[in-house]
Design a protein around this ligand. Structure first.
Ligand SMILES: [Mg+2]
Length: 111
């Protein structure tokens, strides 16, 4: 069976095998507080790409770092990120948008 690069399942398998390779489960690599810190670090790198005018390729690489961490966090916390994505998109599609300070915001706007 070849790798289907369009498949979320195959992405998840790839991240799982990365976790297995370094035994993340037994070495702290799946501790959620640690993973949140790593994700915040990657978000900072994404921010730096934009604020320092780095290339689209560098931005894509930092976004991939965050995406890989997100998939791994779903593995660590044992939830189905693909299902969570589709459930959330369904909610988002039902939400209203508002212009706030010149930018669009899609939210629940309870006030
Ligand atoms: Mg990075």
């Amino acid at each position: 069976m070849g790798l289907n690069k369009d498949s979320y399942t195959d992405m998840q398998r790839e991240v799982q095998s990365f976790h297995d390779k370094h035994d993340f489960k037994n070495t702290g690599g799946e501790e959620l507080t640690y993973r949140i810190a790593l994700m915040a670090e990657e978000l900072g790198e994404i921010s730096a790409c934009v604020s320092k005018g780095k290339s689209k390729q560098q931005l894509a690489e930092e976004c991939a770092d965050l995406y890989i961490l997100l998939i791994g966090t779903a593995i660590a916390a044992d939830f189905d990120l693909k299902q969570a994505f589709w459930d959330k998109m369904e909610k988002l599609h039902k939400r209203e948008s508002k212009m706030i300070n010149g930018r669009i915001r899609v939210s629940e706007f309870r006030d």
